[in-house]
Design a binder for this molecule. Structure first.
Ligand code: BGC
Length: 385
């Protein structure tokens, strides 16, 4: 059954490719940029250009599959609902799925999207290395793939990548710690501990790498001391970015290094779910002043902690901005064009550089959160009570 649908899709895609004359391009980006839908639209270019949204209203723009990793983390719920709302507004039908952080579930969801006739896939992967086989099917069926937020590795089916500048997220966190401790001028030494994300998430290495590019020179100079001795990415990683895993690793670090009153000055946490684990562990086990603690996402629990002085900063990645950008990319591809990108160097997924659009992350703390989060109607005051 699945095979039949696949081969039907394949023939449609091949016909479309012939009609639009894109068959000779070697690059997956361009090859995949001419889904079946395009052909009909290409016949009425003027109307396309003038009123795409109205024309496509009611899902006539085509079916787009959106695969999100989990509902457990606030941000992915926002990403999913923003994508769904904005795609629908642009006239597309949407198949939105969450996979409970289970790789096999995500693979099955994508298989279903392909067999149900999705014409484009937007995927925030759970494990960037586990989608090769299912995406080979997508490629065979001529379905373009946009990697959403997290790069999908080692698959030549990935057409585009849209994300926030992940390296910049890390450098902003490192710079925050550098400036808060005044590392340029103060003598120190200061004690710091490090915690990052899931090893299967390519972003985690960018976050950690960006932060360590700022902090490592101070560690080398002895101004920053990591008493646990855990400084490599692998030692600092947190499976699935889970709060509980972060918390139990921190319980052990505090028990071995800071239970005798030794001061912990700073914690680099790559995101909010891990920062929450650190904050929980500190509340339960640490008696000194709260250390500087970084984060990312501006999740509600963490913004509340910022207001209460239990987390120093977070990185605001407005999921509405990313969704808007991805909808622009979807729209361009579905109309047979090329998606807008602003980076063609940074993200090599093992099969070559994937053309990317990087949105800019913004630094947030208790002084600017109102302007960033409430004035922009990302949250209401009541959300943060
Ligand atoms: C995202 C972060 C998020 C983390 C955990 C990363 O890929 O970029 O925003 O905190 O995953 O879900």
């Amino acid at each position: 059954m699945k095979k039949k649908v696949l081969s039907a899709l394949l023939s449609v895609a091949m016909v479309a490719t012939l009609l639009t004359g894109c068959g000779s391009s070697a690059k997956p980006a361009e090859e995949a940029a001419a889904p079946a839908e395009t052909t009909a639209e290409a016949e009425a270019p003027a109307a396309d250009a003038e009123a795409p949204a109205e024309e496509a209203a009611g899902g006539e723009g085509g079916l787009v599959g959106v695969a999100m990793p989990t509902k457990d983390l606030q941000r992915w719920n926002q990403d999913g609902s923003n994508m769904e709302a904005q795609l629908k507004e642009a006239g597309y039908e949407v198949d939105l799925q969450y996979a409970s952080n289970d790789i096999q579930t995500q693979v099955s969801q994508i298989e279903n999207m392909i067999s149900n006739g999705c014409q484009l896939l937007v995927i925030a992967s759970i494990d960037g290395d586990s989608l090769g086989t299912v995406l080979a099917q997508a490629k065979e069926a001529g379905i373009p793939v946009i990697a959403y937020d997290r790069l999908i590795m080692n698959s030549d089916a990935v057409t585009y990548y849209a994300t926030f500048d992940n390296y910049m997220v890390g450098t902003k966190q490192g710079e925050y710690i550098r400036d808060a401790l005044d590392l340029e001028n103060a003598d120190g030494p200061f004690n710091i501990e490090l915690i990052t994300g899931d090893p299967g998430d390519n972003n985690a290495r960018f976050f950690f790498g960006g932060a360590m590019d700022i902090l490592q020179p101070y560690i080398d100079a002895g101004k920053l001391v990591v008493k646990s001795g855990q400084t490599s990415f692998e030692e600092c990683a947190t499976a699935n970015w889970a709060t509980e895993a972060a918390q139990s690793r921190f319980d052990a670090i505090i028990a071995s290094n800071y239970s005798d009153g030794t001061k912990l000055d700073a914690v680099l946490a790559s995101n909010d779910s891990t920062a929450l684990g650190v904050a929980n562990s500190l509340a339960a086990n640490y008696t000194g002043d709260y250390p500087i603690l970084t984060g990312q996402d501006c999740d509600i629990a963490n913004v509340k902690n910022m207001i209460d002085g239990k987390q120093s900063m977070s990185i605001f990645k407005d999921t509405r901005t990313l969704a808007t950008q991805v909808v622009k990319m979807v729209d361009a591809i579905m109309k047979g064009g090329e998606a807008p990108v602003n980076d063609t160097e940074s993200y090599d997924n093992g099969t070559g550089v994937i053309p990317s659009y990087l949105c800019e992350p913004v630094f947030a703390d208790k002084d600017n959160y109102k302007e960033l989060l409430i004035d922009s109607v990302y949250y209401t005051e009541a959300d943060l009570q």
